[in-house]
Design a protein around this ligand. Structure first.
Ligand code: TUI
Length: 308
């Protein structure tokens, strides 16, 4: 039922990527998702190479299956991680927040499958041109750094513009979203927010509660005025940032407020002063489950819908 170009490309059971949430997506959640038949992904975020290497090795102890590493290209450690994935013989790399073009020759030489996350048709075309094996088209329903377009409008436009497989991301948290993504022409989905509350996800419990209690209009986008829009769960920090944006044009001052706060939320569980990055699908996330329960529940629902 779910044999697609993406399951064939990666040799996985379900065409389901686990979103690479910075500070959150470590070896535990990545191995759990891969063991459940999806593609687990370790998020390098802004971490040093030593931390990422340790996570890769820990994931290998927990699963024999394929898993990926995501490289956040804005990170100062990105060049180190780009080499690390080759040294550690990682089979699939996803990238975010930039153009991975300069690393493509070395990754392709090493036989790595490269799947950049993009938020526009122009970016998708550039990625195809530099040799990407597929792209993740991420709509602005997603959490964290986002683009302009919704998943509903971005995915079909990207599908029409490129010949490589497209994975849909942003707003997908159940079988209905998966079925809809396939109707838009996607060959797979990436799910972030629902995996935030997975039992194997090491994000602070306060963060999980905030996702479960979020509701439909509980997220907002800050940073539009600085050109770095970020979707977060509304809290004290988000309100302060929006106020600052209204009152000052001092972009550096606003940016200052945005750094370091993700760690505060993820690790310390500070739901007032921390940055609670999460997608609009938080409103559909109601309970803690294992990664396996999440994947099998979503895909059995999608299967029933698509069989109609
Ligand atoms: O990367 C994301 N979302 C993220 S990264 C992140 S980590 C972070 N935390 C705190 C401060 C700063 C960063 C949190 N959320 N999504 C994937 C994504 N990438 N969406 C859009 C893009 C993108 C942006 C520009 C892809 C390519 C691009 O430029 C390439 C080009 O060719 O123009």
């Amino acid at each position: 039922m779910f044999k697609t170009d993406i399951t064939a490309l990666l040799g996985i059971e379900y065409p389901c990527f686990q979103g690479a949430m910075a500070w959150v997506a470590d070896a535990d959640i990545a191995a759990a998702v891969s063991n459940a038949g999806g593609l687990g992904i370790i998020a390098a975020g802004s971490a040093p190479a030593d931390w990422v290497r340790a996570q890769i090795r820990r994931a290998r102890e927990k699963t024999d299956r394929i898993f990926g590493v995501n490289i956040m290209l804005m990170s100062p450690t990105a060049p180190d991680i780009a080499q690390l994935v080759i040294d550690e013989k990682i089979q699939v790399v996803t990238t975010g927040a930039g153009n991975p073009g300069k690393y493509m020759p070395m990754w392709k030489q090493a036989g790595i499958k490269v799947i950049p996350v993009i938020a526009s048709v122009a970016q998708a075309k550039r990625m195809q041109r530099v040799g990407a094996d597929a792209v993740v088209a991420e709509g602005c329903e997603a959490g964290g750094h986002i683009g302009e377009l919704t998943t509903m409008t971005l995915v079909p436009q990207v599908v029409d513009a490129v010949d490589i497989p497209v994975v849909a991301a942003g707003g997908i948290a159940d079988g209905r979203g998966i079925a809809a993504a396939f109707m838009l022409g996607a060959k797979g989905v990436q799910v972030g927010t629902r995996f935030l509350v997975a039992k194997e996800c090491n994000v602070h419990d306060n963060f999980k509660d905030a996702v479960i209690e979020c509701g439909d209009i509980g997220t907002i986008v800050t940073g539009r005025s600085t050109g770095h829009p970020v979707r977060v769960i509304k809290n004290q920090l988000a309100r302060e940032n929006l106020k600052l944006e209204r009152e000052t044009q001092d972009i550096e001052k606003i940016e200052e407020q945005l750094t370091g706060t993700l760690r505060l939320a993820v690790v310390e569980g500070d739901t007032k002063k921390g940055s609670l990055m999460a997608g609009q699908s938080a409103g559909m996330v109601t309970k803690r489950q294992t990664a396996e329960e999440i994947i099998t529940e979503m895909f059995s629902q999608a299967e029933k819908l698509l069989a109609r």
